[in-house]
Write a protein that binds this ligand. Structure first.
Ligand code: CU
Length: 638
C-alpha cells in the first residue's frame, strides 16, 4: 500500500497525498454524522421555515449565523411518493430590520453594490413547478398574510422578496405537469445580492422527493446519508465566533461579510459538522445523497482506504469505486462509475458505495483548485460493532435505468413537433458565454478598502453614465450584468415560447456551474473528464474553458412566466452573473420581446435598445468569444 501523511506530497502525477487543514481540525472528541432533522408539516399540512439568527456550534466554537429553524443545515423536507402532491411551506423572516452590506468581487472590473443581507425568499432547487404563482386549486385559496395576488400561493418564485418581519406562503405543486421525477433536491434563499451570504451561513436544506427509485431492491434498504456540504467561512478573518457569554442576535452575527462568502478555502462541513465520522458496517451498501450547498469552488471527492482510524495517512493510489445513479435529482440512464465525484455548487449527486468486507476506515477527501492536496471531509468507520448491514447487494443497473427519463422526447423544434434528441437537433438556437473577459486593459474602479455596511441611497443600481461601453463587467453572462440589464429597463433577457425545445451552446472562461430554474435540460454527449459523458438530464452543470463549447437541449414544458438562469457560484450570481428568463404562452408574440424601445416597439431576442451601446458591444463580444471581438470604432472609438 502507498501511504501519504496528512501533509505529504507524493511525487507521482496521479498520487496527491492527503493534507488536512490543521486550522480546521476540530478539537475534542470526533463528531458523529447524523442526517439532518426532518421537518414534519403542522396540523394544517404546512412546513414552517423560520430564517433567524441562531447559535450554532462548529468545531467546538459558538457562531451566530442566519439559519433555518435554528440548525445548519436546515431541516430536511421529505415528500412521500404519491399523486397530485402539493407541498406547502411558510417562510418566516424573523429578522427585525434590514442590514445593508457591500457586495464586491475581487476582480477589478466588478461593480460595487449594496444589498440587504436580511432580505430573503425561498427557492426549491430541482423542482419542475410554476415559476411565479401556484395554479389556483379549487377550495384552497391562499389566506392570511404572505399570499400573492388573487389569493394565490407563491410557487418557485425567486423574484418575490420577503423583508424582515414578514412571511410568504409557498406551494410547490409537484405533479402539475405529470408525476414529478423522484430524487434528491434542496431549498435555499435566492435574493439577488444576498444569496451567497445567507447560504454560506448555513441557510439551506435538503428536499427529498420520493418515488419508484426508493423501492428498487438494493436502494430501498441501503443506508441513506443526507450530506449537505456547506462552507461556513470559519477560517476567515472577518468571521467572529461568539465571545464567552455573548448571546446570538442580529447584532452579533458571526459571518456577515461578502469576503467570507467569496473565500475559496472554507472547510467543507458535512450536514453542519466538521469532519464527522460515519458509523457503518462491513458490506453495507451506502446511499450517499450529496448536495454542494456552498460556494465558490467545485470539489473532487474520493474515498481512500486507510488502516488508521483518523485518516492520518491513507492509500492515495487505490480509491474506492463509486457508483452514481442520479444527478440533480434525476435518475441517470445508466450507472456512472468513477473513483471521483466532482461536485460543483448547486449539484446533487446520488451515489452508492458498498463498504469493504473487513473492519476498516475510509477517508472522504475533497480537492479543489485552492487545495490540490485535498482535505479530509468525513471518515467512514467500517466496523461490525455498528450492527448488521441493512443491505449488502447493489441494485441491478437495468432496474435503475428503467426509471430514468428518456433522452429522446417529443418536442417542438422551430415550430415542428419532432422526436427531439441531442443528435436530431443540429441547429444552435442560442449561445451563452459564462464570463466573457474584456480584451486588453481593464479599468481599476475605486474599490472600498473593506466591505461592510452601506447606505442603499448611495447605490441606486441605476445606469452608470460613466460606464465604459466596451468593457465586459466581471463577472458577467454574455458580457452583461443582471443589474445593468434591469437598470436599462429590459423586462427579460431571454424569451422562449412554452413547449419549445432549443439547442443551446454554453461556453465558459474559467469554470462556472450553469443553472436554470424550473425545467431541467438534457446535457448532450461530451468528453468532460469530470462528468457522465452520455446524454442525461441536469439542472446545474459545470462548464469549463478547456472543454470548449458544451451543448444542451432545453425543453420548456407547461409553465409560463419569469424565472432565472445563473452561475451557481452564488457569489458570482450576487455580483450579476444571472439572467431573467421568460417563457411565453403559445402564439403570444407580444410576450416574445425582451422589452420595448422608446417608441414602444418590441426588442426581439438578442436585440438592444438603440441607446444601449454596452448591449451592442456585449453582443459582438459574445458572438466572437472565445476570440476578442473585432475592433468597432463606432462603438469603442479608435
Ligand atoms: Cu461563475
Amino acid at each position: 500500500m502507498h501511504h501519504a501523511g496528512r501533509c505529504a506530497f507524493l511525487l507521482l502525477s496521479a498520487a496527491l497525498g492527503g493534507c488536512s487543514d490543521e486550522a480546521a481540525t476540530p478539537a475534542g472528541p470526533p463528531e458523529i454524522f447524523e442526517n439532518p432533522p426532518e421537518l414534519a408539516p403542522n396540523a394544517a399540512g404546512v412546513h414552517e421555515l423560520r430564517l433567524a439568527p441562531s447559535e450554532v456550534k462548529i468545531g467546538g466554537k459558538r457562531y451566530c449565523l442566519r439559519t433555518y429553524n435554528g440548525s445548519i443545515p436546515g431541516p430536511t423536507i421529505r415528500v412521500p411518493a404519491g399523486a397530485d402532491r402539493k407541498v406547502r411551506v411558510n417562510l418566516h423572516n424573523d429578522f427585525k430590520r434590514s442590514d445593508y452590506r457591500l457586495v464586491a468581487g475581487a476582480a477589478n472590473t466588478s461593480a460595487v453594490t449594496c444589498h440587504d443581507f436580511n432580505l430573503t425568499n425561498l427557492h426549491a432547487h430541482g423542482t419542475h413547478v410554476q415559476p411565479n404563482y401556484a395554479t389556483p386549486a379549487a377550495g384552497d385559496p391562499c389566506e392570511g398574510s404572505g399570499c400573492g395576488p388573487d389569493a394565490r400561493y407563491h410557487a418557485d418564485d425567486v423574484l418575490h422578496e420577503v423583508p424582515p418581519g414578514e412571511m410568504a406562503q409557498y406551494r410547490w405543486d409537484l405533479d402539475e405537469d405529470g408525476p414529478h421525477h423522484e430524487g434528491f433536491n434542496w431549498y435555499h434563499p435566492h435574493i439577488h445580492g444576498s444569496t451567497a451570504i445567507q447560504v454560506t451561513n448555513g441557510a439551506a436544506g435538503a428536499l427529498v422527493i420520493e418515488g419508484d427509485l426508493d423501492e428498487v431492491p438494493g436502494i430501498a434498504k441501503a443506508k441513506e446519508r443526507i450530506m449537505v456540504l456547506g462552507g461556513v467561512p470559519i477560517n476567515v478573518e472577518s468571521t467572529r465566533p461568539l465571545a464567552d457569554g455573548e448571546a446570538c442576535s442580529e447584532d452579533t452575527l458571526s459571518a456577515n461579510d461578502f469576503e467570507g462568502a467569496e473565500n475559496d478555502t472554507k472547510p467543507t462541513l458535512v450536514s453542519g459538522k466538521l469532519l464527522p465520522h460515519i458509523k457503518t458496517s462491513p458490506n453495507q451498501v451506502e446511499r450517499l445523497r450529496i448536495v454542494h450547498a456552498g460556494t465558490p469552488n467545485e470539489l473532487g471527492m474520493k474515498l481512500h482506504p486507510s488502516d488508521d482510524p483518523t485518516c492520518e495517512s491513507f492509500d492515495v493510489l487505490h480509491p474506492i469505486e463509486i457508483t452514481q445513479i442520479a444527478r440533480d435529482g434525476i435518475t441517470l440512464p445508466q450507472f456512472y462509475v468513477s473513483d471521483t465525484m466532482w461536485v460543483s455548487p448547486g449539484y446533487r449527486i446520488e451515489a452508492l458505495v458498498k463498504m469493504p468486507a473487513e473492519k476498516t476506515t475510509l477517508c472522504l477527501v475533497g480537492r479543489r483548485p485552492s487545495d490540490l492536496l485535498g482535505s479530509l471531509v468525513a471518515i467512514f468507520d467500517v466496523d461490525a460493532e455498528n450492527g448488521a448491514p441493512t443491505e449488502t447487494n447493489m441494485p441491478e443497473a437495468s432496474a435503475v435505468a428503467a426509471l430514468a427519463p428518456p433522452t429522446t422526447f417529443m418536442g417542438k423544434v422551430d415550430g415542428q413537433m419532432v422526436q427531439a434528441s441531442c443528435e436530431s437537433v443540429d441547429k444552435i438556437h442560442q449561445k451563452i458565454a459564462l464570463l466573457v473577459p474584456t480584451p486588453g486593459e481593464k479599468p481599476d474602479p475605486e474599490k472600498p478598502a473593506e466591505l461592510g455596511s452601506c447606505d442603499p441611497g448611495d447605490h441606486m443600481h441605476g445606469i452608470d453614465p460613466d460606464a465604459p461601453t466596451c468593457i465586459c463587467p466581471a463577472p458577467n453572462i454574455s458580457c452583461r450584468r443582471f443589474d445593468d440589464r434591469r437598470a436599462w429597463g429590459y423586462r427579460s433577457d431571454r424569451v422562449m415560447e412554452v413547449g419549445t425545445t432549443e439547442k443551446w451552446e454554453i461556453r465558459a472562461f474559467d469554470g462556472h456551474p450553469f443553472h436554470i430554474h424550473i425545467n431541467p435540460y438534457l446535457v448532450c454527449a461530451n468528453d468532460s473528464n469530470k462528468e457522465p459523458n452520455f446524454p442525461h438530464w441536469r439542472d446545474t452543470f459545470w462548464v469549463q474553458a478547456e472543454d470548449g463549447p458544451r451543448q444542451i437541449l432545453t425543453n420548456f414544458r407547461k409553465f409560463t412566466g419569469q424565472f432565472v438562469l445563473h452561475c451557481h457560484k452564488l457569489n458570482h450570481e450576487d455580483m450579476g452573473m444571472m439572467e431573467l428568463v421568460e417563457i411565453c404562452p403559445e402564439g403570444d408574440t407580444n410576450c416574445l420581446c425582451q422589452g420595448t424601445d422608446a417608441n414602444g416597439n418590441c426588442i426581439s431576442q438578442g436585440g438592444c435598445k438603440a441607446e444601449d451601446l454596452q448591449c451592442q458591444f456585449a453582443k459582438e463580444a459574445t458572438e466572437a468569444y472565445p476570440l476578442p471581438p473585432a475592433p468597432n470604432p463606432a462603438l469603442c472609438g479608435p
